[in-house]
Every structure is written in structure tokens, then in C-alpha cells.
Design a protein around this ligand. Structure first.
Ligand code: MG
Length: 379
């Protein structure tokens, strides 16, 4: 039996993880945590027979303790950390969204517990510190994102020094092929209609701007220790090839499959074993054609901005991420045009140049500063 905690169990990745666990007799959930959806969290708690849960939102935690008396409800961000630290888990799935995921990542790795990571901010914002912590305690970081899971599986079997380049595929989002001018008046509804993946609100908009792929480049850099100039992005609208590695002998290995997040989730939860997932076999004759093209960084400047912040290092990726989060929410609220998202990010990066990073507390400061600036730039 593998004992696991699912943090962020009520979101898109979290609910699919619960689905994977329910079909898997070798996985036992010993803790569940969510940001604020007390109702769904309690439903999952009863279905999985969990005795300890945590809600980051204090009011939601109070509602849950009133409605459920069969176990313990922990509250606040400290509650999430306490749940993880005292869980005795073998693996924590961190599927929280936003920078709220950083604390649980640090708590997990600090305890030497293996981490199935679906929270982007943990590596984008705190990559250097997070990977150093994993190294220090010997805990493993197993990526859940489809592209990184693919690369992890491809790189895993290769000797050090044999991998020349990593390639991340991008669907291109709903606006692939549009020029910068044609992006001026796109609506929230259009941005939320992702062609191949079903995801949460922010990540769907981030896919439409290609910002998400920029974050994934930063994550890949930290996960695999690969220099930025050896990580490429190629647009691949069918989302069948999830990742590609070029090896030193001229061979290139690709990872293929239907775009279904239960596959990388199951891989991360069962690693290094594999388990059955109810997903159709890939029929290449039926797929017919796989298309690839270079990303248009003119129409989608977010990819370039992410690379610039990544190269600058220090607090810059944290500023990048915070500015995007503010800008995307302003877009979703109808306060900012789609093309305003890269403008706000660029403006914030220029205003707050990179500072060196010594401790996690430097990040909280940079994050708050970037949010203040981006909020001013977004109006
Ligand atoms: Mg992805």
C-alpha cells in the first residue's frame, strides 16, 4: 500500500487524481486538502474514508468542521502544512493552484516525502530552492504536467550527458495562427475554449497566450537541470506527442498518447510502477496527421517574456508569474484586453528588475511587490 495525500483535490487535476485512486487498490489516501471548496472536499472525504482534511480558507474550514464530525479539519495555510507533515505519507500530490502551492511543496520535501508535482509555481517561482531541498532530503520530485511527465519518462532511462536537447510541445491554444492584430478583440469565452485539454481557468488562458509554455520551460530547466538554450518549444495542435528528447547519437525519442491527464497523474502516483488506466489505445492510422510548427513569438510575446525572466533568474520568474496571475484575472473580469496580458507582464518585469534569491521569504516579498505593480498596470 502506498499512503498518499492529495493537496488541491477539488480542482481539475485533483478530481482526476481521486478518480485514479478509486480504481487503484494499492493507493490509500490518508489526507485531503483544498483551497475553499468544502462541499466537494467532504464528499471526497466520505468516499475515500479519510480522517484528516485541511482547507486553506478559514471560513470554509469552519463550515466543514460543522458539517463533518467523523474526523479532523485543519484550517489555513498552516493547516495544509500540518496535514502533510503529520500524515506519515509516502507521497504527496500537490495539485494546488497558484503560489499557495509553494508552502506544501516545501513541507513535503522538507519531510523527505516524495512529491508528485502539479503546482507550477513551486518550480517556476522557487525552482532553485525547491530542487536544492529535494536533493538535501533525498525526496523525489515526479512531475504531473503531461509534457514534463513525458520528458521524465524519456530522460529517466538515459545515462547522464547523453541528452542534448529537450523539446516541449504546445497545442498553440485556440488562437493558433492568428496575428497580433487579430488578437486585439478576443473574448474571455474564446480564450477559455481550449482545443485539446480540459483545464482550470487561469491555465487555459495561459495556454491561449503561450505563457503556460513559458512556465513549462522554466519547470523543465529545474526538473532536469537542463540549460535554457537546450530547451525548445514546438507547436503541435493535436497534442498527441507530449515531449521529445534529442540524444547525443542522433536518436530522438518521443512520448505519445491521447491528451488525458489521468495518464500522467497515474504515472506519478504509481511511479516507478505502472497501473491500468481506462484510456483508449492510440490508433495512429486514425489520427492520420501530426502537425508541427514554430511558435509565433510576435503574436504571443509571453513565451519570450518568460524566457527573459528565466534567464535573468533570482526574483524575476516570481515577478513574471505574479504579474501574469494579476493580468489574467483582470482579463477574466473583463477589465483588460487579451493583448494587455503580455503588456502588464512586460511593464512589471521592467519596473522590478531581478534580485538575487537567498531564502523563500525573498519570494513572498517579490510576489507581493509584483502584484501591487501589476494591479496598477492592469487598469
Ligand atoms: Mg502542460
Amino acid at each position: 500500500m502506498r499512503r498518499i495525500v492529495i493537496a488541491g483535490s477539488t480542482g481539475s487535476i485533483g478530481t482526476q487524481a481521486v478518480d485514479v485512486v478509486q480504481r487503484s487498490p494499492e493507493l490509500e489516501v490518508v489526507g485531503l486538502a483544498a483551497a475553499s471548496n468544502a462541499e466537494l472536499l467532504l464528499e471526497q472525504t466520505r468516499a475515500l474514508g479519510v480522517k484528516r482534511i485541511a482547507l486553506a480558507d478559514e471560513a470554509a474550514a469552519a463550515r466543514a468542521s460543522e458539517a463533518w464530525t467523523d474526523g479532523q479539519v485543519l484550517a489555513g495555510t498552516e493547516g495544509l502544512v500540518e496535514l502533510i507533515v503529520e500524515s506519515g505519507a509516502d507521497l504527496v500530490l500537490n495539485a494546488l493552484t497558484g503560489s499557495a502551492g509553494l508552502g506544501p511543496t516545501v513541507a513535503t520535501l522538507g519531510e523527505g516525502i516524495d512529491l508528485a508535482l502539479a503546482n507550477k509555481e513551486s518550480l517556476v517561482v522557487g525552482g532553485e530552492l525547491v530542487m536544492a531541498l529535494a536533493e538535501a532530503t533525498g525526496a523525489q520530485v515526479i512531475p504531473v504536467d503531461s509534457e514534463h511527465s513525458a520528458l521524465y519518462q524519456l530522460v529517466g532511462g538515459e545515462a547522464p550527458g547523453t541528452v542534448d536537447r529537450l523539446v516541449l510541445t504546445a497545442s498553440g491554444g485556440p488562437f493558433r495562427g492568428r496575428s497580433a492584430d487579430q488578437l486585439e478583440d478576443v473574448t474571455v469565452e474564446q480564450a477559455l475554449a481550449h482545443p485539446t485539454w480540459e483545464m482550470g481557468g487561469r491555465v487555459t488562458v495561459d495556454s491561449a497566450t503561450l505563457f503556460n509554455k513559458g512556465l513549462e520551460v522554466i519547470e523543465a530547466h529545474h526538473l532536469f537541470g537542463t540549460p535554457y538554450d537546450q530547451i525548445d518549444v514546438v507547436v503541435h495542435p493535436q497534442s498527441i506527442v507530449h515531449g521529445l528528447v534529442h540524444l547525443n547519437d542522433g536518436a530522438s525519442l518521443a512520448h505519445l498518447g491521447h491528451p488525458d491527464m489521468r495518464v500522467p497523474i497515474s504515472y506519478a502516483l504509481h511511479h516507478p510502477e505502472r497501473a491500468d488506466v481506462a484510456v483508449g489505445t492510440l490508433d495512429l492510422a486514425k489520427v492520420g496527421t501530426l502537425d508541427f510548427e514554430a511558435p509565433d513569438e510576435n503574436a504571443f510575446p509571453c513565451l519570450r517574456l518568460a524566457r527573459e525572466a528565466a534567464q535573468a533568474g533570482g526574483t524575476a520568474p516570481c515577478v513574471l508569474n505574479a504579474a501574469d496571475e494579476v493580468a489574467v484575472h483582470a482579463f477574466l473580469d473583463g477589465e483588460l484586453p487579451f493583448t494587455g496580458i503580455p503588456r502588464v507582464i512586460e511593464d512589471t518585469l521592467r519596473a522590478l528588475p531581478a534580485r538575487p534569491l537567498r531564502h523563500f521569504s525573498d519570494l513572498y516579498e517579490a510576489d507581493a511587490e509584483a502584484r501591487r505593480h501589476a494591479a496598477g498596470a492592469a487598469v
